[in-house]
Unconditional design. Sequence first.
Length: 114
Amino acid sequence: LYITHDGGEHWKQITEKEGLPKGDLGRIGLAIAPSNPDRIYALVEAKKNGLYASDDGGVTWALVNDKNDIGNRPFYYSDIFVDPQNQYKVYSVFTYVNVSIDGGKSFEELMPAY
């Protein structure tokens, strides 16, 4: 994962020093909260999959949830969306559709598996 704050002139790799998992990372789904662009979520495929959040525009990250309810098969599904009016209402879309109203700490199933 890389970040830029100057329109793409310079890029910085985000690593475990900034709070993401150590080691190889697979697919990463990103979502920026429209109501607070400093709040960003990352659904990360790694040795231990996890949902991470940043409150400073992606400079630092913290693990929010590493339970199974964040999504299965992240190598295929890593879709995450934030409610436009509520930075803590997060939707995780995979073989289920789940919603969180506490910033991803817990999820409730909205739509069952296919």
